[in-house]
Ligand binder design. Sequence first.
Ligand code: AMP
Length: 114
Amino acid sequence: MADCIFCKIAAKEIPSTIVAESDAWVAFRDINPQAPTHILIIPRKHLERLADAAPEDRELLGELLLAAREVAQKEGLEKEGYRVVINNGPFAGQSVYHLHIHVLGGRPLGWPPG
Ligand code: AMP
């Protein structure tokens, strides 16, 4: 999508701190981190929301979760734990309409979320 900021990050048209990537996804540091480690994982395919995923995206969705695990391991979050979040739509606070997984760790995280 031409005007999507995360598509531009995936295409390396705008800068980001990429920590890992594959043919299907890119993981980079959140510009406004909410925890000592805050990484976003995006599919290269432009899907606006989780709600737009279809059965044909089954493999991609699995890859994104495995990417979250890989990134958490790489960042040394496995022992203490970490949180994986997908905000879907306005009530969840989604601000960028390109599907992304947040991986948050490095401090105790409260529950329930605000
Ligand atoms: P959400 O509120 O779930 O849509 O999350 C969007 C996230 O994208 C927020 O945590 C932002 O800080 C982050 N973000 C927005 N623009 C950028 C950018 N250019 N580079 C890195 N992270 C970004």
